[in-house]
Structure formats: C-alpha cells, structure tokens
Design a protein around this ligand. Sequence first.
Ligand SMILES: NC(=O)c1ccc[n+]([C@@H]2O[C@H](COP(=O)([O-])OP(=O)(O)OC[C@H]3O[C@@H](n4cnc5c(N)ncnc54)[C@H](OP(=O)(O)O)[C@@H]3O)[C@@H](O)[C@H]2O)c1
Length: 286
Amino acid sequence: MKIGFIGAGKVGFSLGKFFTEGGIQVTGYYSRHQESAQQAAQFTNSRFYDELDKLIKDSDALFLTVSDGTITSVYDELKCHGISGKQICHCSGAMTAEEAFPDISLFGAHGYSIHPLFPVSSKLETYRELSGAFFCIEGNGPHLLTWQTMLSALGPTVQVIPTETKTRYHAACAISSNLVCALVHESLELLETCGFSKELALQALTPLIRSNTEHILQDGPIGALTGPMERCDTKTVEKHLSCFPSEAERELYRTVSRKLMETAQAKHPETDYTYMEKILKEGNEN
Ligand SMILES: NC(=O)c1ccc[n+]([C@@H]2O[C@H](COP(=O)([O-])OP(=O)(O)OC[C@H]3O[C@@H](n4cnc5c(N)ncnc54)[C@H](OP(=O)(O)O)[C@@H]3O)[C@@H](O)[C@H]2O)c1
C-alpha cells in the first residue's frame, strides 16, 4: 500500500510520519502551498509533488487531509485526473465517506473516512502520540478491514462503524469534549457572579475538574458520580434551581440533571427518584 497526501497540515504531517515510522510507504505530498508540501516531504522522507497527476499515479491510497470544507472540492479536482482503482480517504469526524466523495463508485474508486479521535495540535510532535490514539473508520469499499488491521498493527485501537452512525458518533464525541467546555464556561460565569475573578474561578475548579475527570475515566460515569443527585437530595436540587440568575441557567441545569438522574438511578436502583423527577419536570413547566 503506497499512500499519498493532499494537504500538508497538522494531520497530513502527523499521519504521514506515523505511517512511515510504522513501515508503511508514503509516496509524498501535494498541498495548496508548495512550501508546506516540501516540508512534509522532508519530514517524512518522501517526495514533494507539484502536480496532482503524478501523486495519484504513484499512490494506491490518497488521504485528503485538507479542512473539512475543502475535502469535496479537492475530490472533484482528483476526479478530473482519473481515480479508478484508488482508495480515497479523509480524516473528518463529521462527514461520512459517501458525503465527502459522492458517487465515488462511478469513478471506479473506493472512499473511506479514517478519523483519529485525537487532538492533532502539532505538525512535528503529535505523531509520537498516535500509537495510543483511537481511530474510527467507515466506508463501503472492500478495504475497510485492511485499514483496520493496518492501523491497529501500528498501535491504535480501531473501530469500524456503520455509515449511518457516523454523525451520531461525532455528536457523541462532541458531547464529551466541546459540550464539557460549555459546562465549565457556565460554571465559571456563575462563580464570577459570586465575586470570583476569572482566574480564581478557574483555579478553584481545577482540582474538582481534574479529579472528577480521572474518576470518570477510571470508573466510568456511574462509579464516579457524587453530589446531591447521587444522594437524591431533593432539597439541595430545589435550592439550586431557585438560585440561578436566569431561565437559561435553570433550563441547562434541569436538562443535564435529568440525564444525571438516570446515572444516579443506575447507581442506586433501590432509591426512589420520583420526587426528584417531579422537581426537574415541574421546573420545566414554570
Ligand atoms: N487537527 C485535529 O485535531 C484533527 C483531528 C482529527 C481529524 N482532523 C481532520 O483532519 C483534516 C485536516 O485537519 P488539520 O487539522 O490537519 O488541518 P490544517 O492543519 O488546517 O491543514 C490543512 C491543510 O490543507 C491544505 N490545503 C487547504 N486547501 C487545500 C487545497 N485546495 N489543496 C491542497 N491542500 C489544501 C493546507 O495546506 P497549505 O499549508 O499548503 O496551505 C493546510 O495546511 C480535517 O478533515 C480535520 O477535520 C483534524
């Protein structure tokens, strides 16, 4: 398998280096700016291409490691050069292969999405951490299991998912990462209304967030759960609901608490959460 990259950015550099270090042949790079492709080629000891034609001809698989919004236009460009027999891959978590590469089978090629569920923040350093990453792959060509075997041999855990679940998979990942940022943001703003400076608020929350995250990762969310919901402390939850400066905060608290109640019920099936459920519902109707 010879792999070529279009898009010499963070993921292009990192995957290319990760592959070459793992003994997979990288043909080289084509990018919007020649300097980027030249640097990536040098970094991975592969070739710099100034013409797409040549890169396509030399490669069995092409990774379109450009930004999500550009993947399909690069694919359109590739089609003009002929892609029959090629594997075309992208690394976006949000798109399926079919969405990114419409009608690819009509061009005699196969499309795959190969998503590293990992923050690739550095062109030059992140490749060292990819063996511990998780990859989610999807597509309806015949090489899916080959990709799974090849990537797992380099260290990562690789999961194949059905195409129809790709967007839900991405939403699930966003909940654990981006949405947690929103909850922390909300928490910081509330602490500011209690007289904390931004800096002190973050400092105050740091041990709480760190220890909670570690417990969740070690024991799962049910095992890690503490606090008023776990104790079914309805008085405290009622007090919380009455203290927020606006309905937006109340709504957020109630929505997340309803999910939290499911977690608490799973931990304590013997506890009756009927009144808690009522508080969280009633609040919603007010
Ligand atoms: N970064 C992450 O944490 C991460 C994690 C998982 C998945 N991904 C996915 O990986 C893909 C790439 O992300 P990235 O973070 O590597 O982005 P990036 O650092 O912005 O790199 C994208 C590169 O694409 C090149 N490019 C843009 N338009 C092009 C075109 N028309 N033709 C050829 N090259 C073009 C640019 O190269 P020049 O330098 O030549 O202008 C740029 O360096 C995205 O689909 C993203 O969703 C990213």
